[in-house]
Design a protein around this ligand. Structure first.
Ligand code: NAG
Ligand code: NAG
Ligand code: NAG
Ligand code: NAG
Ligand code: NAG
Ligand code: NAG
Length: 425
């Protein structure tokens, strides 16, 4: 029964009171042996409600549907990398939906929390990913707080980061702003809810279906092994882009972005003396998870074959065009002009244009300088401490240790060993 889950999905939609047209849209856009592919030319989309979607830089659908996971860690360059996917007009991109799951679990009563162990949280993460990959955004209503009313919400985390959620048909008035964003500029983080009002999850689901492919960025899944059931799920064609970054850079970036949380580290950095209460556990587990996932991926187990690509953020920052092309080749999609234009405008492939990205979680134009800036921002003894905590991770991923402050600050001395991590075939 190849199609049974689709039947279930349709019944769910029907019970939620989705209009007939929306159901047709969902059904028509589901790829697979039982339904034809979505076509803008198809008569359903002559309907003016959908025309704008089709006009929105539409490219022919490349079947089968791809389910892309940008699997990363906090401050590893995942916002920037996510934009490479977000700019593709055939991709429905969601920025960290698991945030809502984590919030709901963290805020649940302590009695409930005690019964919810790590496995349960990971299970909830996977459930949400599966539902999003099959374009059921209503599933998020289980987690979004305050609870959505009439299937609409004003609390969707980082909605502005998703082109599809801020342009027609989801946002009727978003066309101009979305065009600006597509051209490489990006207004501040709050523009989309301001311009578009509450998010209608029914419309978002339909937009997801019509876009053909789904890409999700998350920093909340610890290890690639935690995704195994999704790679084995016959309903999905999962492609995991494992984004890693030099842990020394990750730490420096976290210290800048989350100053309160890293007060002890900042004192260490400023005084050159390690406070006794500095918390070494977070960066240690980041390194451990990063290395464990990379080791798993590079070992090429059958369940990851053809589904895992290791990308170092530094390689992407130094050669954005080449690396983006490699990523698109791996996921099996054409990169397209919009992505190319975005790269040209937002990386130092084009040095003449000013940066429009200046909020806290910015992706940035001068990708190379940003990737290296940690070397001027971290005290040598912090660097040495991280090198010891993360020794295996540095070695596995090809990041060189430094042995003196002079070596650390000398930017003509590269700390990134040339490596190719071949995608599995
Ligand atoms: C969870 O609790 C924190 C702190 O009390 C609060 O700031 C946050 O908004 C809550 N999140 C949700 C989703 O309720
Ligand atoms: C959300 O969109 C659907 C489909 O267009 C529509 O039927 C529904 O009325 C909308 N919900 C709200 C609250 O506007
Ligand atoms: C580089 O930036 C300038 C100024 O924003 C812009 O006019 C030009 O089109 C950009 N070049 C490319 C290749 O996008
Ligand atoms: C560490 O200290 C230096 C000056 O001593 C400062 O320039 C830099 O911004 C600090 N780094 C962080 C991550 O706070
Ligand atoms: C770090 O790893 C390298 C390479 O695996 C090894 O040669 C070196 O002895 C290790 N250093 C420490 C301090 O563990
Ligand atoms: C900086 O590194 C380069 C390349 O390794 C080296 O040739 C140069 O001598 C170094 N400069 C200093 C001041 O150490």
């Amino acid at each position: 029964m190849e199609c049974s889950w689709k039947t279930v999905l349709l019944l769910v939609c029907a019970s939620l009171g989705v209009q007939y047209t929306a159901i047709r849209t969902l059904r028509d856009s589901l790829s697979g042996p039982c339904q034809g592919a979505y076509r803008c030319q198809s008569r359903h989309f002559k309907d003016s409600r959908w025309r704008s979607l089709c006009d929105d830089g539409w490219v022919p659908l490349e079947l089968p549907r791809k389910h892309i996971l940008l699997f990363a860690t906090t401050r590893s360059g995942s916002s920037f990398t996510g934009q490479l996917l977000n700019q593709h007009p055939g991709i429905f991109y969601v920025f960290e939906p698991l945030y809502h799951v984590q919030q709901a679990f963290t805020n649940s009563s302590s009695r409930l929390r005690r019964t919810l162990d790590r496995r349960a949280l990971l299970g909830a993460y996977r459930d949400l990913l599966l539902n999003l990959y099959t374009c059921d955004l209503h599933f998020m209503e289980n987690y979004i707080r305050p609870e959505p009313q009439d299937h609409t919400t004003s609390s969707f985390f980082r909605r502005s980061s998703s082109h599809a959620l801020c342009s027609p048909p989801v946002c009727a008035d978003g066309a101009d702003a979305a065009a600006t964003a597509a051209a490489g500029g990006s207004p501040d983080e709050a523009w989309c809810p301001k311009k578009c009002g509450a998010l209608n999850l029914t419309l978002a689901s339909a937009s997801c279906s019509s876009r053909g492919h789904v890409a999700i960025k998350t920093v909340r899944v610890p290890e690639v092994g935690d995704l195994r059931t999704l790679t084995e799920d016959p309903r999905l064609d999962l492609k995991i882009i494992h984004l890693v970054r030099d842990p020394r850079a990750v730490l420096a970036s976290r210290m800048m972005a989350f100053a309160d949380q890293f007060r002890a580290w900042k004192i260490w950095n400023a005084t050159g003396r390690q406070p006794r209460y500095v918390d070494l556990t977070q960066i240690t587990s980041t390194c451990k998870d990063m290395a464990a996932s990379a080791a798993t991926g590079l070992r090429r187990p059958p369940w990851l074959r053809g589904r895992y690509l290791l990308v170092r953020y530094e390689d992407l920052a130094f050669r954005p065009k080449d690396k983006a092309a490699e990523i698109y080749k791996f996921v099996g999609l054409e990169m397209g002009d919009r992505v190319r234009t975005w790269i040209a405008r937002n990386t130092n492939d084009n040095v003449s244009s000013p940066s429009d990205w200046n909020y806290r979680y910015s992706t940035t134009r001068d990708s190379r300088a940003t990737a290296e800036s940690w070397r001027l921002r971290l005290g040598f003894d912090i660097v040495r401490a991280v090198q010891n905590l993360c020794n295996d991770t540095l070695a596995l991923l090809g990041y060189k240790r430094v042995h003196s402050a002079a070596e650390l600050r000398n930017l003509s001395h590269s700390l990134v060993e040339p490596r190719t991590f071949k995608p599995m075939t």
